[in-house]
Design a protein around this ligand. Sequence first.
Ligand SMILES: [Cu+2]
Length: 596
Amino acid sequence: MAIRSPSVSFLPTLVFLLANALLVAEATNVHYYDFVLRETNITKNCTSWSLLLVNDSLPGPTIQVHKGDLVFVNVHNQGDYGVTLHWHGVKQPRNPWSDGPEYITQCPIPPGTNFTYEVNFTTEEGTLLWHAHSDWTRATVHGAIVILPEEGNTYPFPKPDGEEIIVLGSWYSQGDELNAVLAEDLDEGADVPRSVGYMINGEFGDFVACSQDSTYHMYVDYGKTYHLRIINAAVSAELFFAIADHNLTVVGMDAAYTKPLVSPYIMLSPGSTIDVLFTANQTPGRYYMAARRYSSESTDVTNFDHVVTTAIIQYSGNYSLDSSPIFPNRSLPSYFDYDAADSFIFMLRSLASEGHPSDVPLNITRRMFIVASISEILCPHHDCVIGPTTIGSSLNNQSWENPSTDVLQAYYKNISGVYTADFPDFPPVFYNWTGDDMPEESGVSDKVTKVKMLEYNESVEIVFQGSDILRGAESHPMHMHGYSFYVVGHGLGNFDNVTDPLNYNLVDPVLVNTFAVPRDGWIAIRFVANNPGVWFWHCHIDRHMSWGMETVFIIKDGDTEETSMRGPPSYMPPCEDSYNIARMKYRRLPRQISHT
Ligand SMILES: [Cu+2]
């Protein structure tokens, strides 16, 4: 198979850039970034690793803009398999072509080629992240996005004295063979990899061997207030975060401001970004900031990494550095503290001020009720290790299967046979979702590529209901591309469509792009379908996404050009080549790798 040489794709990219430069000549600020993906040698856990990184750094480079800016990111893939990048939480109005999820809006960028993403910032303000959106490459390919207020504007809180980006990441012992092991496990129906450690800004911290010398430090002065832009870039782990003896004041989430919320700890789902302020008002010394896994699974599932990742907040001044830093024993919740996780996320409220108003849809024209569940999938071949069915996950008993041509291209060019437009608004059977008495058929799902079509400007309400099928009750942080949504209701147990809507918050619900459906509970979300295009939505725990907990919204065009999806750029990565290249790496791997 031929691998595209860089020169073949360079010329169309240049033409594309020039054309776009003309189009955006009137935009306020345009930024250009080059992201070079290549295998880089780093040492972690007392071992040397070769990992796919962006610009040789973990986490990767930060994109910093003002609200309303435009960014072009030229991604040079010098790795040995196909990748895509996603600008998580950036709405990309009318332009899904630059959104990034593989086989949804594009095919992977083949090795040896480049592709330029246009990242169009509009209403977002605060903190987001970018990450790979192909296989589990995002374990090492991710970074922060900082969106400052428009020039001349200020924060809706006193200007902090300093700020730091805190990227929480996860570590896999498979190193650069993670995607290969994942592919084999999925193929065999075996459990997929679990991370063995967590990191703060690429460092495990003091409690992991060979890591103490590189523990991340943040230096503070007594009496000053600091802004932390905290990002959960872990692949499959929800995380608690706290600073010893210091309260956190949440002021934003997912690049939208919140009412100030004072809490001794926070919980972030994968894909969530939370802006917090803290004041260095304690006795000068050293204090740990720490993140610990929140496991919403059953308490008998204990095969996850229990090590706490730490960084050190170090006050200026004269004091002894001999004693170890103070640990947040009292404030950092423990692994299975479901109540701590739920009570935190359900206290969040949008700012809803004059300068940052809420705009909750009130007249709903489309209602969906979606059961998010772990599922059994009929084994597609004779090789499955656990019997005639494999473990999977689903939405309304539909378990997503990626097509080999991306959905966006198929939609735009009217290519049949890629997807069907019959994703159901309701589950096939109704039962006691959170009880122990499941009807047998409720646990079996089909592998399908079913999307949901929406008319332009529909007002949508979705109730996501968690389920205990296969004793798989667990939190599912649902993430929507192309949109933020209001979380107007939430609860534990089964949703009641008569009484629960009476308690909806239609005044100041939190506005987010990712939000956890709690273990054995439900959330109700609302948004207006005013961004035409093809938009992925999925559980942001990649274990569940790889098992099929996702689908696609296609929002049809409105009547005018401004309400219609844009056309494609002059070059998109080809599907024929990249589909094969993305998988080439797996085929040459020895089978036993998944069992080491
Ligand atoms: Cu999930």
